[in-house]
Write a protein of this length. Structure first.
Ligand SMILES: Cc1cc2nc3c(=O)[nH]c(=O)nc-3n(C[C@H](O)[C@H](O)[C@H](O)COP(=O)(O)OP(=O)(O)OC[C@H]3O[C@@H](n4cnc5c(N)ncnc54)[C@H](O)[C@@H]3O)c2cc1C
Length: 459
């Protein structure tokens, strides 16, 4: 029996129709670009869509939705393709790919940035930094601005300016029925509330508007520690960020190096007036320091301190927002890394001190502002034969973190197998029900279900 989606991919006529109707590009399985266009960041995900519609604006997006409906194709939405769940690609379905929509414009006078729905953080930061302006974004340049914002957004400026979604002030969205809606504090404010963390559940966002702050230079970079001091340094890291002013964001990655020695990487980003801030002097004084490239630098340079190869490694991530990073939890995390003994597996520890706590909780649906840290077990590996062991390590390590969990995980790091209860817990019951009401309004039949899904009905 021929599957409906196979019929579409084989029916040149249908693709021709879509090619005629779309201003952007249409890529099918027979096209030269098909294999590069379907790759996503996580090599664990290898899917073959029937058609990829590279849209050039809201009208193209509406046309793509219409085509998917007519041909009964499941829809996936692609921004930067970074989501570890691989939600940006679907077997036998239609991908609404926004990678041609990457323009970012800046209004210096109103300190507002207008980003198209497929722009990346490198696009965004390059455009805003040309005017000495920023919004807090992600730490890897190729990550999608929209995908990251819709899931929250933690990075080098979180303590200073809050989550990325806290800085979203407007959006233009195409719903699966093809209608275009604008969201701002004046127009459809409930939709804007939902977009500040509720994910890609309500439509395809073609344009986003952000509030900008003045920032040229930071003191940042990376410090690497090795050996027996790592456990103590993690405790010091915890205490340092707990007592640090909101002009210092700081993240930590704990892992083993190739010789299976404990390794801690700390990434501070200081934006205050000191040229040699006290907190960085403290960090440099800790035992086991093997590398320190912290210095005054442009924010664009700070945004280059992390990188991650695209589409090469297999990833499985799972974690929790914790109320505290206890000595016991630190020992547990190191113990699990040592017992597994397979770098580059690591644990990412992101601090939520400063601005996320001071933001108005009514801004958006997310419930984890009270957390001290987001602690994520990140399994990274190369061979398919090692899938089961690595996935089990990430799950077991997340289970070990769970006793300290405030409930729910970080939507931006969730795999596709997370149960709806975890998504619900990331928002809390009341906000989740409000999100479901929005979902019933903008996507009542759950066309957009390849995401951290807010089901319109039932559970
Ligand atoms: C290397 C790496 C670094 C990362 N760094 C950070 C970080 O510093 N901080 C952080 O908070 N997170 C980070 N993340 C997680 C990242 O924020 C999420 O995975 C996010 O979903 C990626 O968005 P994307 O557009 O790149 O991904 P995609 O896989 O393209 O999109 C993910 C989902 O977002 C939705 N979406 C994307 N664009 C649109 C749109 N225009 N309209 C509607 N829905 C849309 C869709 O549901 C889509 O399935 C990182 C991930 C990776 C792999």
């Amino acid at each position: 029996m021929t599957h409906r989606s196979d019929e579409i991919s084989n029916t040149a006529n249908s693709l021709l129709q879509l090619r005629d109707a779309l201003v952007g590009e249409v890529i099918g399985p027979a096209d030269r670009d098909y294999d590069t266009a379907r790759v996503c960041f996580n090599a664990l995900v290898d899917r073959r869509p029937a058609v990829i519609a590279r849209c050039l604006g809201p009208t193209d997006v509406a046309t793509a939705f219409d085509f998917a409906r007519t041909h009964e194709l499941e829809v996936a939405v692609r921004g930067g393709g970074h989501n570890p769940a691989g939600h940006c690609v679907v077997d036998g379905g239609l991908v609404i790919d926004l990678s041609l929509l990457r323009k970012v414009e800046v209004d210096q006078r109103t300190r507002t940035a207008y980003a198209q729905g497929g722009s990346t953080w490198l696009d965004f930061d390059s455009a805003t930094q040309a005017f000495g302006l920023v919004t807090p974004g992600g730490v890897v340049g190729s990550t999608g601005v929209c995908g990251l914002t819709l899931g929250g957004g933690i990075g080098h400026l979180t303590a200073q300016y809050g989550l990325t979604c806290d800085n979203l002030v407007g959006a233009e969205l195409v719903s699966p029925n093809g209608s275009v809606t604008r969201a701002s504090s004046d127009e459809n404010p409930e939709l804007l509330w939902g977009l500040r963390g509720g994910g890609g559940n309500f439509g395809v966002v073609t344009r986003l508007e952000y509030r900008l702050e003045r920032l040229d230079r930071v003191v940042g970079g990376l410090l690497d520690f090795r050996g027996s001091a790592v456990a103590d340094n993690l405790r010091r890291f915890r205490d340092l960020v707990a007592g640090s002013p909101p002009d210092l964001s700081c993240q930590a990655v704990v892992a083993l190096d190739e010789s299976l020695t404990p390794a801690l990487r700390v990434a501070p980003c200081y934006t205050g007036i000191d040229t040699d801030p006290r907190e960085l002097r403290k960090l440099r004084s800790w035992a086991g320091l093997v590398h320190d490239d912290t210095s005054a630098r442009s924010f664009l340079d700070q945004q280059l301190v992390f990188d991650s190869p695209y589409g090469e490694d297999r990833h499985y991530w799972k974690g929790h927002f914790v109320g505290e990073l206890t000595d016991e939890l630190i020992d547990e995390l190191l113990d699990r890394l040592l017992t597994f003994g397979r770098p580059p597996v690591h644990v990412l520890i992101e601090s939520l001190h400063g601005a996320p706590k001071n933001a108005d909780p009514a801004l958006g649906p997310i419930a984890y502002r009270a957390a001290a840290f987001n602690v994520s077990a990140m399994a990274v590996w190369a061979k398919a034969d090692d899938d089961d062991q690595h996935i089990a390590w990430a799950r077991d390590t997340a289970a070990a973190i769970e006793p300290w969990s405030l409930g729910g995980g970080y939507a931006n790091y969730m795999q596709a197998d997370e149960p709806v209860e975890r998504v619900r817990a990331a928002f809390g019951d009341d906000a989740f029900e409000r999100l479901r009401a929005l979902k019933r309004r903008y996507d009542p039949t759950n066309v957009l279900r390849r995401n951290q899904n807010i089901p319109p009905d039932g559970l």
